[in-house]
Ligand binder design. Structure first.
Ligand code: DP6
Length: 359
C-alpha cells in the first residue's frame, strides 16, 4: 500500500496522458490452447490489419486513494465491467511496473470497426493499453530504452492481457511462440517475420464478410481451456507446429497454392477443435458454409488465389493479393453479399502496426 507521501509522482505530474492507435490481427496459424502464464500451446502467425484499429488514450495522475483506480470508457460511455477487468490486469502486472500502484487511470478507447461486426477487439484494445503503459514507463523510468526493447516489452505485456494482442504490437506478418529450429522465436512476445517475405504477401487484402453480429457464444478463455481435455488436442499441436514451419517457407517462396491449403485447413481445424470439445460448440452458420463453398467453386473456375480464414465465430475473412481486388470485389457483390447481414463487408488489408497518437 502506498501512502500519499510516498507517491513518487506527487507534484511531478498533475495529470498527463499517453495514446496509441493499435490494430487488430487475423491469425493464419491459430493460437488455440494455452498453459498457465499465457504460454501458448503452439506457435501462431498472423497478418496485422490496417483499418480495424483501437484508439486508446490513457490519462493518469497520482492516486489519492489507497488503491489505484481504473475507469474505462468505450466511445465515451463508462464500462464498469471492463474497468474491473483492466484493474485486475493492471493488478497482475504491477510487480513488473510498480508505478501502476501509484496512479489513477482514465482510459478512453474507441474502435474503428463496429461492435456488431464480431471482430475481436481484445487484440487491438489490449495492445493499445500495453503500449500506453510502456510509454508511461519510458517517460519516467526508461527514457533511453531502444525501440526494439520498447516494442518487445509492449508485446510481452499485451500477451498477459490477451494472447493474440501480443502480435498486434508489430506490423506486417507476425509470429508468436517458440518454433523448433527458429531462433528469435519466443513464447513471451511476438516478432515480425523479417524481410524474407515474398512480395506477393506484402499487400494482401482481408475482406471480412459479416454473417452474424451476435456476441461470441464462447469466450476465448473458455475456448482455450477446453483444449485441456480435448482428445484431439495433442495431434492438433503437432499439426500447428508442422503448419507454421511450412508456412514460413511458403511465405519466402511465394507458393500461393500451398499457402491456401494451410490457411484454410487451419481455419477448419480451429472449428473442428470447438466441435470436438466437451461441451461442444458450432460457431459456423449455414451462410458461413455457403460462402466457403462459393469460394471453392470460384477458385476452381477462375484460378483466382482467393482463400478464407475464420476466427472463433461465423464471419468469413477473404484473403487475396491486392492485384485481384477488383475481380474479388465483383465476386463478392454478385455471389457472396447475399450471405451477409445488411450487406456488411469490412475492407481491410495488411497494415504497418501501431502508431503513437500523443507525443
Ligand atoms: C481464435 O487471444 O482472444 O482468435 O489469450 O484468452 O485473450 P486470450 O485469447 P485470444 O485468443 C485468440 C484465438 C483466435 C486465434 C488467434 O488469434 O490466434
Amino acid at each position: 500500500m502506498t501512502s500519499r507521501k510516498e507517491n513518487i509522482f506527487e507534484d511531478k505530474i498533475p495529470t498527463d496522458k499517453v495514446g496509441w492507435r493499435s490494430p487488430s490481427n487475423i491469425a493464419l496459424i491459430k493460437y488455440w490452447g494455452k498453459k498457465s502464464g499465457q504460454i501458448p500451446a503452439n506457435a501462431s502467425l498472423s497478418f496485422t490489419l490496417k483499418e480495424s484499429v483501437s484508439e486508446t488514450v490513457i490519462e493518469y495522475c497520482p492516486t489519492e486513494g489507497k488503491d489505484f483506480k481504473v475507469d474505462f470508457f468505450l466511445d465515451g460511455e463508462p464500462q464498469p465491467e471492463f474497468s474491473k477487468k483492466i484493474h485486475a490486469y493492471f493488478d497482475s502486472i504491477k510487480h513488473s511496473m510498480p508505478f501502476i500502484a501509484q496512479l489513477d487511470f482514465k482510459i478512453n478507447s474507441k474502435n474503428t470497426f463496429p461492435h456488431s461486426a464480431g471482430i475481436a477487439s481484445s487484440a487491438s484494445g489490449m495492445s493499445a493499453i500495453a503500449l500506453c503503459l510502456c510509454d508511461i514507463e519510458k517517460k519516467y523510468f526508461d527514457k533511453d530504452s531502444s525501440e526494439e526493447k520498447f516494442f518487445q516489452r509492449a508485446s510481452y505485456f499485451a500477451r498477459l492481457g490477451s494472447g493474440s494482442a501480443c502480435r498486434s504490437v508489430y506490423g506486417g506478418i507476425v509470429q508468436w511462440g517458440e518454433i523448433d529450429g527458429h531462433r528469435n522465436t519466443s513464447n513471451m512476445f511476438a516478432s515480425e517475420i523479417g524481410n524474407e517475405v515474398d512480395k506477393l504477401f506484402e499487400d494482401f487484402h482481408d475482406t471480412i464478410l459479416i454473417v452474424d453480429s451476435e456476441q461470441k457464444k464462447v469466450s476465448s478463455t473458455v475456448g482455450h481451456s477446453l483444449m485441456n481435455d480435448n482428445i484431439f488436442a495433442s495431434g492438433r499441436f503437432i499439426q500447428a507446429d508442422d503448419n507454421i514451419k511450412q508456412l514460413l517457407q511458403i511465405l519466402k517462396n511465394g507458393n500461393l497454392n500451398d499457402f491456401i491449403k494451410i490457411v484454410e485447413s487451419e481455419a477448419l481445424t480451429l472449428h473442428s477443435m470447438m466441435m470436438t470439445s466437451n461441451p461442444y460448440f458450432l460457431l459456423m452458420k449455414p451462410n458461413t458454409i455457403s460462402i466457403i463453398e462459393k469460394i471453392w467453386e470460384f477458385r476452381k473456375e477462375t484460378e483466382t488465389p482467393l482463400c478464407f480464414t475464420l476466427d472463433a465465430g461465423p464471419n468469413v475473412h477473404l484473403l487475396y493479393p491486392a492485384k485481384y481486388a477488383s475481380k474479388v470485389k465483383k465476386f463478392i457483390d454478385t455471389e457472396l453479399i447475399q450471405f451477409t447481414i445488411n450487406n456488411m463487408v469490412i475492407n481491410d488489408m495488411l497494415g504497418g502496426g501501431p502508431e503513437r497518437i500523443i507525443e
